[in-house]
Design a protein around this ligand. Sequence first.
Ligand SMILES: *Cc1c(COP(=O)(O)O)cnc(C)c1O
Length: 230
Amino acid sequence: MLIDYDTFRERNAVLQQRIATACQRVGRDPGGVTLLPVTKTHPAAAADYAARAGFQAVGENRVQEAVDKRAQTKANLRWELIGHLQSNKARLAAAHFDRIQSVDSEKLLHALNRAAAELGKILPVLLQINAGQDPAKFGAEPMAAPRLLELALTQPHLQVDGLMTIAPLSDDPAVAVRTFANLRSIRDSLVARFRTPLRELSMGMSGDLEAAIAEGSTQVRIGAALYGPR
Ligand SMILES: *Cc1c(COP(=O)(O)O)cnc(C)c1O
C-alpha cells in the first residue's frame, strides 16, 4: 500500500530538514546535495508523487520493474538505475534509463557503450565502488577503480558523472562513515590522476544520510524515509 500524498510531502519536509541540518553541521551548502527518491517496490504512483513535489529524477533497482512503471506514468522524470545490472540487460537498461549508477565491471562498460552507440545517445553513468569492502555488496573493488575509470573515459557513448557506493549493513555507525570517507578519498585520487571532475558522489540512504553528507555526498538515495518500509 502506497502512503498518501500529504504523508509524502510531510516526510519530504522532514528529509529536507535533515539534509539542511547535516549540511549546516559541516559548513556545506544544502544546494549541493540532491535527494533521489527511490521508488522500487512501490507502484508508479510513487513516481508521480515525486514529480508532483518537484523532484526531477527517481531511482529504481530493477530494470524490468522500472520499464513497466515508466510506461504507466506521464510524469516528467529522469529514471536512474541504482541496482545491480547484468551485461545481458545492458541494452534494455540503456534504452530506458537516463543514468546508470551501478557500473562495476569492464564487461558492463563495454556492453553499455555498445548499446548507447546503437541508440545514438550519450549515456551518463556512475561507477559503483565497493568502498566498504563488503562481500555482500556489488561494486568494483577500490583497487580496480583506476582501471575501470580509465576504460570508461575512453568510451565515446558514456559520460562518467562520478561514483556511487552502498555502505555495508552494520549496527556500528562508524562503518558507514569509513565507507563514505573511503569513497571520497578514492574520488579525490582519481580526479587528481585522470584530471576529470567526477562531480557526483552518490552515497547515503535513509539511515545514514547525515554521515554521507559529512563526507561529501552530492546525492542521497532515499526510499524508506519517504515511502515507508518495503
Ligand atoms: C533501496 C536502495 C536505496 C534506498 O534505501 P532506503 O534505506 O530505503 O532509503 C538506496 N540505494 C540503493 C542502491 C538501494 O537499492
